[in-house]
Design a protein around this ligand. Sequence first.
Ligand SMILES: Nc1ncnc2c1ncn2[C@@H]1O[C@H](COP(=O)(O)OP(=O)(O)OP(=O)(O)O)[C@@H](O)[C@H]1O
Length: 618
Amino acid sequence: MQHLSGIDRARAALEGGARLPAGTLSPAVAESWLRCRDLGLDPRATPQGGVIAFADVNRRREASSALRRLALAEMQLLHSQIAGSNFMIALGDADGVVLDTISDHRFSDSAAGRSIIPGSIWNESDRGTNALGLAALRREPVAVYGREHYFSCHGHLSCMAAPILDSGGRVLGLLDASCSEEARQQHTHVLVRMAASQIENGMIFQERTESFIFAFHPRVEYLDTLSAGLLAVSRDGEVLSLNRPANSLLAGLSTANGVHFDALFEAGFDMAMDGLLNGGVIRIRDRAGSGVFMVCRQIGHRGSIETPRRAGAAPAVLASPGAPDFVCEDHELRRATAELAEAVALRMPVHVTGETGTGKELMARHVHALSGRKGEFVAVNCGAVPEALFIAEIFGHERGAFTNARTEGAPGLARTADGGTLFLDEVADIPPSAQTALLRFLDSMELRAVGGHKTHKVDVQIVSATNRNLEELVASRAFRADLFYRLNAYTVRLPPLRSRSDFALVVQHLMDKIAPGIAITDAAIARLSLRNWPGNIRELHSVLQRALVRRHLEFVDEDSFADQEKSAEDCCEECRDHPLNRHKCREIRSAFRAAGDNVSKTARMLGLSRTTVYKHAR
Ligand SMILES: Nc1ncnc2c1ncn2[C@@H]1O[C@H](COP(=O)(O)OP(=O)(O)OP(=O)(O)O)[C@@H](O)[C@H]1O
């Protein structure tokens, strides 16, 4: 109760513009309040806006891709440790902009949950005192409970945040757990700190694949814990990075950039290596005289055997056992898929975008093969399932849940995909009522059949795809923003065929598939490359098939497409792929030419509206 009355007095002073009573707040919070007051922020006002545009979120996500890869896996774990307790886990970048959230559905449906979304800015100067902003400023873990938040409108929130630092002490990102004030639990703070340390350590391993990594601690039984110091050391003994515990364990010694192992430990690098490379734990003294145990956690290798693949280093054809080959020499596509394997290894949901026929389903099958999962690849066309049945179709239904033909009950597609991949095609068409259910499922990987009482946990790789602009749908509120961010943890944008720099390779690949051994001339490829390809690779496939038929499966040259091009010229772009419309379209275009390219005259001749004529005559 004392704490409450203390905070009451402190708030009264803050909101009344008076001096803050001493001893009522932690120094970190008190200093933050004063900074906010100096900035002229009104604690009773509602902080303005504070959400950046989608494109910026994506740019920031890309800039933090290495961090996100590790953090998303930790966030999942953290979420499962504190699941069911009305919490949200958020990852922010160094500027306090939220990049990803995983949330308990009760929390995400609350006012607080709606304020912590990807793109929301939680730095101190925008949102006043809050854990994320304060942890970024202080570069240490911080908790801000209830009314300690500067703005009274955030008084129902409790947040615990820990910064994720690089070995130079710079903030790479922030991990935050937020809940409603009454749901807060002490141990969450510890879990968030542990997760942040785990990510920091992971970053050292991820970035230093060519270095030795040693763990050390004064007590041998702590070598496997998060308290152990980690040192990344080059083959010459130069210390390249240290984690936070290493810095504290070596306090008093200079660990500045480029320091040599010999300057930190009495036994020289070569002698230490003899013992460490034998796989054993050695005991050595640091230069301050303290004894520590040390073990080698990674043997650095030379060259590029395991160095992470950079954009530009990916192969021309992505091939995985069990998946159809995916031509991928185009540089945009290579960049988009450079880190796909890592994302899949971390079970990140993959979102594939691209025009119709660009290979979204093929990419989904490739992800499935990459995941090495033994279970099934289950594709759902979200646009084709009626709204009323969507949830039952995905999550199953118990016997008797429906009174029509579905009396028997079914496990649902998500359970069928257990151990495999669930491909949500045309994901933009998921009915609004099912979006919430899908979001809950993605957060917990648990589902309950319609009419059932038992929940089932499943393990599925999620791949979604659309050729619509999901960002616009989110902006118009037709698609839930939190679901959008959850699905596109890793996005692959497939370029349209007309802009692919590997066009010739795609043609050659399709030829090999359709008619192995039959040649296509360079001139034919050059001619095809001039087209617009609204139907992309699917359209190219059928154009090649028709050309092969015309040439009796002997060869394909530039004249093989003559009749196709002529008939294409005869109708407008939209009707070209619709056999049913083609006839009508040709009639309009020929009447238009006969009428001397006069739209009104053609319209009168055919008894059609001018708009219709214009649409086809263009
Ligand atoms: N990169 C590629 N390499 C080889 N073949 C490809 C590639 N991309 C697509 N294809 C082929 O093109 C055809 C269309 O691909 P797919 O069905 O995956 O497209 P999609 O984007 O899912 O289409 P839609 O949006 O209409 O559902 C398939 O025959 C596929 O094998």
